[in-house]
Design a protein around this ligand. Sequence first.
Ligand code: HEM
Length: 134
Amino acid sequence: MQIEEKPAFATPFEWIGGEDKVRALVERFYDLMDLEPGYAALRAAHGDTLDNARQRLFWFLCGWLGGPSYYTDRFGHPRLRARHMPFTIGIRERDQWLACMDQAMGETGVPEDLRARLKDSFFQTADWMRNRGG
Ligand code: HEM
């Protein structure tokens, strides 16, 4: 039996490589959403520009990964499910979000172990945010 080694980092935020890496991940995520036909339904759920989303997801992820609490300092508790109620989130949107994020993690060099863990956590969150059947 192999004993899993505890990562040498105190938080996923340190493991990913800090703020610059989180920023690069978020930028790539929304660039891909804009570019890839496979994410068109997800892109269509967003407004004309992704600027707000880019800024806010960056703030959110820094705190969610165990780094600076930029998002909650500004907006309080994230209440992500409630904040997403205006948008249709079914299985298709959930799966496009997750695929887009996984592609962005791959392309920005998120370490594979961390990528697998985050993929699981993102799935839990995205699935809980579904607000439409199908
Ligand atoms: C784990 C999955 C997800 C996370 C962590 C996440 C995170 C966020 C965050 C932090 C914001 C900013 C909220 C605010 O302060 O108002 C946001 C906005 C938004 N999210 Fe998500 N989200 C997820 C999944 C989705 C999915 C599946 C959709 C599909 C429709 C979606 C659509 C949007 C839209 C349309 C906005 C508004 C963007 C804007 O203000 O221009 N999100 N999301």
